[in-house]
Design a protein around this ligand. Structure first.
Ligand code: G4P
Length: 542
């Protein structure tokens, strides 16, 4: 008996919702050096996406030797480009969004976090919560992103685990719910108890480690004696008992609401605790959720199982492949079943594009995506059509709440050494600003450009990219400005304000008016005198 077209449609729709429900899209947040790169690699290993540790770095090195883009990345040993890696494991499709670790690139990281449905917070067991961890945690909290905590480097001398949990509770106002409890640390690290399964998971020292760690053994039995002496066992059992009395039991709902974080101890480098971490993400991290949007001006919610294909661009990256001058826009899908060759429209420009060569970033290499669902990230090669914050959909009428542009903290004037190349400079600066690398302001008076960035290193990266990709030698000079504010208000009020502050007015890349202040004090002063004008530190992309 053949099914009706309506029944077929309903079936495929539930398929769309089911596919979305098995997505786990997450990012790793940490302070530099806590072990994010190592953990990324070992998560890919745990997920079966790569076969041997060392592959992530090796691939990175390869890429770098083929191109000298991001020389800085190599020279400074930091990762400045975010990417996404996808792997199918244990019935779930994991999308791991990689974020740069250096604080100068936090804006990029913030943007990437807008595409994450969950985050893993990596702490160095000897250091606890460090400044960058705190900053990124705050972004996650703002966006209600649930957090799983991985306390790394247990194979080194660590802080007392109770102190680490206290720090999470007091600094982050988050209830830590340990799912495992460690036995010792450093040279005395013996493994951990699975507090819910009443198993002991032994850790073997690198010198004794051949094919991974020994299999877990039940607590209580004699088999524990093979791994722990009496004193170690007593200490671990006492700790496990105490921590269970002192902390709230893990509540998945409290985790989803952002009040509680499950805690796992481990060693990324020794591949310990990583399988458990992946299992926790698979079991408890949320699938993509409904997203607030407007459709033809009316407020609506886009459900992951909705038929229409929709998504938003959270990152644009140029020249990922040195052989092609391509620019890849990373689109986080919010609903529907995306299929290759599909036509999508950009809401704010009305432009339509046929997505014939979308890429998905499987850990092994880039691959063409045949289909993708809510939660997935696809890379769309394009030539400047797509910008960070763009909403894409089949109808072209949907707009997701814009991604904020963060207020730049340093403003510098940029000049090209060869004056004949001024026009060329304008184009190059606009491209980089479209990517979201930096912000660009064109003062109403004069011919200079002012570039805004969150940190000093961004200027170096920019100069490097201008030289390598656009053959432009540039000089950054101090500008008289310290603060940029987007001005919002009635047209007449804005015109009045702009007319009185002509020398300090500029426009951003979308021609929106920006006031450049010499100090925070000056901003406060003018804001008081022009109460009808709002001075925003960041803007939602129109
Ligand atoms: P990041 O991306 O967060 O900046 O950290 P990354 O993974 O690069 O790790 C920083 C350093 O910490 C690396 O050592 C790495 O090997 C080490 N590390 C990461 N996880 C663990 C762990 O679980 N145990 C121990 N003992 N070390 C760990 P490095 O000496 O800076 O680099 P490398 O020369 O080892 O590559």
């Amino acid at each position: 008996m053949s099914t009706s077209p309506a029944a077929e449609a309903a079936k495929s729709l539930s398929g769309v919702a089911a596919e979305a429900a098995r997505r786990r899209t997450f990012a790793i947040i940490s302070h530099p050096d806590a072990g994010k790169t190592t953990l990324t690699e070992h998560l890919l290993l745990a997920g079966g996406a790569i076969r041997a540790a060392g592959a992530v770095r090796a691939r990175g090195e390869n890429r770098r030797t083929r191109s000298d883009w991001m020389k800085i990345e190599r020279e400074r040993g930091i990762s400045v480009s975010a990417s996404v890696m996808t792997f199918d494991h244990d019935g779930k499709m994991f999308n791991l969004l990689d974020t740069p670790g250096h604080e100068d690139f936090s804006e990029d990281t913030y943007r990437t976090l807008t595409a994450a449905d969950a985050a893993v917070m990596v702490l160095d067991a000897a250091k606890g919560i460090e400044p960058q961890t705190l900053k990124l945690f705050e972004v996650c909290r703002l966006r209600d992103i649930p957090i799983v905590t991985f306390i790394n480097k247990m194979d080194r001398e660590a802080q007392d685990p109770f102190e680490l949990l206290d720090e999470i509770a007091s600094k982050l106002a988050l209830d830590p719910a340990p799912l495992y409890w460690p036995a010792g640390s450093g040279g005395r690290f013996k493994g951990m108890v699975d507090l819910r399964g009443q198993r002991f998971i032994p850790f073997s020292k690198p010198s004794e480690q051949q094919d991974g760690h020994p299999d877990p053994v039940p607590m209580g039995g004699n088999s524990l004696a093979a791994f722990l002496d009496e004193a170690e066992r007593a200490e671990m059992e006492e700790g496990a008992m105490l921590v269970q009395e002192a902390s709230k039991p893990f509540d998945p709902q409290a985790f989803l609401e952002g009040h509680m974080t499950p805690v796992i101890f481990g060693s990324a480098l020794r591949h310990f605790g990583v399988d458990e971490l992946l299992a926790v993400i698979g079991a408890y991290a949320p699938p993509p959720k409904a997203v607030a949007a407007t459709k033809n001006g009316a407020e609506t919610k886009v459900e992951p199982g909705d038929k229409e294909v929709t998504g938003f661009v959270f990152k644009v990256q140029a020249n990922m492949d040195p052989n092609h001058r391509d620019r890849i826009a990373f689109l986080k899908l919010c609903s529907g079943r995306f299929q290759r060759g599909m036509k999508l429209k950009v809401q704010n420009t009305g432009k339509q594009l046929s997505v014939n060569a979308p890429t998905m970033f499987f850990a092994s290499d880039r691959e063409l995506a045949e289909d993708a669902f809510a939660g997935d990230v696809i890379g769309i090669p394009n030539h400047g059509v797509l910008r960070v914050g763009d909403s894409l959909s089949e109808s072209g009428t949907l707009r997701f709440q814009g991604l904020p542009n963060f207020a730049p903290e340093i403003l510098q004037r940029v000049r090209v050494k060869d004056p004949l190349k001024a026009k060329h400079l304008k184009k190059a600066l606009e491209s980089l600003a479209e990517e979201g690398v930096t912000q660009l302001f064109r003062p109403t008076l004069g011919a200079d450009f002012i570039v805004g960035a969150v940190g000093q290193l961004q200027f170096e990266v920019m100069a490097d990219r201008l030289a390598n990709e656009y053959q432009l030698e540039v000089i950054f000079e101090p500008s008289p400005y310290a603060e940029a504010r987007w001005i919002i208000g009635e047209r007449a009020d804005l015109e009045d304000f702009a007319g009185k502050h002509r020398t300090a007015m500029a426009v951003d890349i979308d021609e929106q008016p920006v006031f450049l202040g010499k100090s925070a004090w000056e901003i406060g002063y003018v804001a008081e005198r022009f109460p009808k004008v709002r001075f925003d530190r960041s803007k939602e992309r129109a």
